[in-house]
Design a protein around this ligand. Structure first.
Ligand code: ATP
Length: 199
């Protein structure tokens, strides 16, 4: 699996639609200060489901939408599509190419798509779980993340190893099942109360 293409429109400084094709090997992004280099990596993190505006260097989600310049009007939405080559089927779907799209409007409404089919953020998270690619995966290493890897705190390092070992999916499912179990226990208690009231 590898990143084939990135399509950005209306995201931060990219008012006009741009397409970046990634060839094999290493790609470097160069440009003057403030030209939008980090906005490219922000767009990758964002399309993978980043919900923290702080991690996207903004103060509210609307900040990711092109806010206009003296020559250009602000836009009403931002859209990013990430195209991955999946010939090796590392992603658990039958497609040999997977594209993930996220769109957000100024109203705050967010839309997600996998291969142009509307989906939930949860579906995108599950698609990338244990692949290292998700927004918390180790394929995106920001400055803070380097500190985390070098951290002497074992819990910080453990998250990275768990993703690499492929157990995050099971851990997440276990947590979901535990929550459901807790809720069912509460419901049972409530039913017991009602039954004893009726008796
Ligand atoms: P440096 O080399 O200094 O780290 P950079 O090339 O990484 O810079 P970025 O931080 O990616 O640059 O981009 C910053 C630019 O993006 C600023 O000029 C800022 O005005 C612009 N920008 C950020 N958000 C928006 C937005 N919502 N609308 C328009 N422009 C934006």
């Amino acid at each position: 699996m590898f990143l084939k293409r990135l399509e950005i429109q209306g995201f931060k400084s990219f008012a006009q639609k741009i397409e970046i094709d990634f060839e094999g090997g290493v790609t470097g992004v160069v440009g003057p200060n403030g030209s939008g280099k980090s906005n490219i990596s922000d767009s990758v993190r964002w399309v993978l489901g980043e919900q923290s505006v702080k991690n996207l260097r903004g103060s509210k989600m609307e900040d990711v939408i092109f806010s206009g310049t003296s020559k250009r009007k602000p836009l009403g939405y931002a859209e990013v599509t990430l195209v991955l080559d999946n010939k090796d089927k590392k992603l658990p779907v039958e497609y040999s190419e997977v594209c993930v799209t996220r769109r957000v409007f100024r109203s705050g409404e967010s839309e997600y798509y996998i291969n142009k089919n509307s989906c939930r953020l949860k579906d995108i998270k599950e698609l990338f779980m244990d692949t290292g690619v998700g927004k918390d995966g180790y394929s995106i290493i920001g400055q803070g993340r380097i500190d985390e890897i070098l951290s002497s705190k074992s819990e910080d390092r453990r998250n990275i190893f768990e993703e690499a070992a492929g157990i995050v999916k099971y851990k997440t499912r276990k947590e979901e099942a535990e929550k459901k179990l807790e809720k069912t226990k509460e419901n049972l208690l409530r039913i017991d109360d009602i039954v004893s009231e009726l008796e």
